[in-house]
Design a protein around this ligand. Structure first.
Ligand code: GAL
Length: 419
């Protein structure tokens, strides 16, 4: 009898241990804050589903504020953080958006210990670790790497119009009138932030890697002739964009290309996620891609990451969320849907069943190209600079005044200590 009882007890304990290793019991809530709503939602939703499978009993609140590049979400987050009402974890770009806004303000918990205990210190690229390190501590967990400098198009349409993919902006400007004559918008553009996104890549083409890096390191003046030349070029490019740009979201601008109303679109590779996951198009067939003109061999990068704000109401659940975000399984669940490559170097990115041909090519370029950081997506400059720079771009679109844009940007760089 005693023997039977003991063996039953062992079976029970073993069974419990097994179940426990698959799905941890837990309770309470977990609020994750991001701007990945609607069309941008599938990758995050898949990650949350995985979290739910592993942590049954935790109620996940997927708090989103719609709006590309987080222009609306970041303002709401600021109000919440300053009001003492932080979410448990929030999306933040690696780089100055993280360090310059939240870390220097002493609002985040360091995560170096988590990186150590999870064995992550050598599992992320060194350049990326540098972007999330400040004062010797690591502050967030990167979930992906996105590329800013991509030009998208529909191969069949280009063929129909007899147009090649431009390798330089001069080549683009040469085909611009030809496309206009056919009633096609040469370059799709959307609301203000997408213009800033385009501008950073025009700047990169005009200045080259060294010049671009120097500009954001405070070693090159915004009033330098080379930077003014970028504004002058931007002026010509703007004349090839759709007049209703200001009222379109990034997805609506993308739709102009998909629908054959526009030829090209310079946008980050979340556009690949949108066209693949939401629109069901295949890379290389339904849509084509190339480095934005004049930027071959350069990968203008940004990374979405999640951090742990001080005072997170559900800290333990948040730590488990970060463990998932930083795991191979989490990254291989999220990124194929998102249109980004995993931040981890040991994820399954070579697996064609997971990562499509666009993502394979992005991973190859990330490994071999020169890397620079995106301005619009938090890597290169502090948010204080970016916010007012968005106004400089709006004013430029209205006035086309190169000298005004140059002096305003320089004044801003000095006031916000860009380096
Ligand atoms: C970026 C973000 C991407 C994508 C994009 C469009 O700032 O890093 O993940 O969401 O905005 O909203």
């Amino acid at each position: 009898m005693l023997k039977r009882f003991l063996s039953l007890a062992i079976v029970f304990v073993l069974g419990f241990a097994l179940v426990g290793s698959v799905a941890a019991q837990g309770g309470g809530k977990l609020e994750i804050f991001s701007w990945w709503a609607g069309d941008e939602g599938p990758a995050l939703e898949a990650l949350i589903k995985l979290y739910n499978q592993k942590h049954t009993g935790v109620e996940v609140i997927n708090a989103t504020v719609t709006g590309g590049a987080g222009v609306a979400a970041r303002a709401v987050l600021k109000t919440r953080m300053l009001g003492g009402n932080p979410p448990d974890s929030f999306q933040v770009h690696a780089g100055q958006e993280l360090t310059g806004t939240w870390v220097v303000a002493n609002r985040m918990e360091p995560l170096t210990e988590l990186f150590r205990s999870e064995g992550w210190l050598d599992k992320f690229p060194k350049d990326l670790i540098d972007l999330i390190t400040y004062n010797g501590e690591i502050w967030t967990v990167p979930v992906n790497i996105h590329r800013s400098n991509v030009m998208w198009y529909v191969p069949a349409k280009l063929q129909e119009w007899g147009v090649e993919v431009p390798k330089t902006w001069d080549e683009f400007l040469a085909v611009c009138p030809k496309l206009k004559d056919r009633g096609v918008t040469p370059l799709a553009m959307g609301e203000n932030w997408t213009a800033v996104h385009l501008f950073e890549n025009v700047l990169l083409a005009q200045l080259g890697v060294e010049g671009y890096r120097n500009l954001f390191a405070g070693k090159l003046s915004w009033e330098d002739g080379s930077v003014k030349a970028a504004w002058a070029l931007f002026d010509k490019i703007l004349n090839c964009t759709n007049p209703d740009a200001a009222s379109l979201s990034w997805q609506q601008a993308n739709d102009l290309v998909i629908e054959g109303k526009a030829a090209f679109y310079v946008m980050g590779d979340w556009a690949a996620g949108y066209m693949t996951t939401t629109k069901g198009l295949k890379p290389g067939e339904g849509y084509g891609y190339a480095p934005s003109p004049g930027t071959a061999g350069v990968f203008n990068m940004l990374s979405d990451s999640f951090g742990l704000p001080k005072g997170a109401p559900n800290r333990e659940n948040a730590l488990n969320w970060l463990r998932l975000v930083g795991s191979v399984e989490g990254q291989d669940t999220f990124n194929p849907l998102k249109g980004s490559i995993p931040a981890r170097i040991d994820a399954d990115v070579k697996n064609p069943n997971l990562y499509n041909s666009y993502l394979q090519s992005a991973a190859a370029d990330f490994a071999s190209n020169a890397l620079v950081g995106s301005l619009m997506h938090g890597a290169a400059a502090p948010e204080a600079f970016l916010n007012d720079f968005q106004t400089v771009v709006s004013v430029f679109i209205a006035t086309r005044d190169v000298d005004l844009a140059a002096s305003a940007s320089q004044a801003l760089a000095e006031a916000t200590a860009v380096r």
